[in-house]
Design a protein around this ligand. Structure first.
Ligand code: SF4
Length: 172
């Protein structure tokens, strides 16, 4: 996993479903549960782009949603970071050849981190958000991060599942 940096402020994340099948969205919601616990890094999930530093996008861009995506992005204050979550958001994925599909998120707005996978695993998503938060810190300090370092290319080892409930345990 990406080394956990010390943030000068808690990065606030807003999530936008561009045209996803909901697979990546379910995995991202899992990141917010106690099992993966994205908040342990000081990262907060918010619903208003005007409050957010990091925009997480799932799904591919098409002619109908491109204006909405740009509108969400434009409402975020500078500096800001965009994380394309999953192969659809990164390239258009399996929908890339659709008659109405423009491609990945970077066809409309600048993307700082690409997280591959269909769906992306929660561990890779957390890596991507942490990388985005690092880039945000660099932007705050006026440094420009190197683009080639911003692709999460590995699938980290899954987090161990919670212990199964004992057979015959009472639910009373
Ligand atoms: S990358 Fe896969 S799981 Fe994610 S939105 Fe696209 S098709 Fe669905």
């Amino acid at each position: 996993m990406t080394d956990v940096p010390k943030f000068n402020k808690s990065p606030w994340v807003v999530h936008f479903n561009c045209n996803s099948c909901n697979g990546c969205d379910i995995e991202f919601l899992a990141c917010l549960t106690p099992l993966y616990d994205l908040e342990r890094f000081g990262i907060l999930h918010v619903g208003n782009p005007k409050h957010a530093d990091v925009l997480v996008v799932t799904g591919s861009v098409n002619h109908r949603n491109s204006r909405v995506l740009k509108n969400v992005y434009d409402q975020m204050p500078e500096p800001k970071v965009v994380v394309a979550m999953g192969v659809c958001a990164s390239t258009g994925g399996i929908f890339a050849d659709g008659y109405n599909v423009l491609g990945g998120v970077d066809k409309v707005i600048p993307v700082d981190v690409f997280v591959p996978g269909c769906p992306a695993r929660p561990e890779a998503m957390i890596d991507g958000v942490l990388k985005g938060a690092q880039i945000l810190e660099a932007k705050h300090s006026g440094k420009t991060p190197l683009a080639e370092k911003n692709v999460i290319t590995r699938t980290p080892t899954p987090v161990a599942a919670p212990a199964a409930q004992e057979k015959g345990a009472s639910h009373a």
